[in-house]
Write a protein that binds this ligand. Sequence first.
Ligand code: HEC
Length: 158
Amino acid sequence: MTLQNLTIVIVATLLSACTSTSQPATLAGLPDTGQPALHAVSDTRLRALMDQMNSLIFERFMAEPDIDRERRNYALKIADAADELGATVDVILSRLPALNLKPDEQTAFRALAVKLRDQAGTLKAQAKLNRIDSIEQTLDQTSATCSSCHALFRKLGH
Ligand code: HEC
């Protein structure tokens, strides 16, 4: 175990001993704003809307045209949430200097940020066209982008 990792383990142990509620992991080197990451909030909203839209298939007392209309409403909300997610990419990029990544990791970080923005754009377009199945697929691909970027500075563990 490197000294740095050891320090993280100790700090993490101390932190978990002090707090009874589970706080989101703060990142070494980053000021703790006490706020959840903006892009995480948008992503959560996006996936909640997707779940709500999917649960419409269990709707037994609604007529088909009404379900279609509801689905369309959700798709438009998803388009907005995707737009928001894309807009948070600038915030992600603003965090880069504090992360102390190696030059090649910085390149990867930037590429993944751009990828997330592109995927958010794709989601928005698909949602506007009501392409529900495609939205699901793009959301899955987006999760891979989330994990790849977090893996660069690992401590977030997802
Ligand atoms: C290009 C890099 C990058 C991508 C892509 C990325 N993140 Fe992050 N994420 C970060 C950075 C940097 C932080 C910490 C700084 C901050 O809070 O803004 C962070 C923080 C978070 C946190 C807060 C961690 C915690 O528990 O405190 C969550 C949750 C999160 N991201 C979820 C996601 C999800 C979901 C996605 C995909 C939609 C995603 N991230 C995509 C870089 C990225």
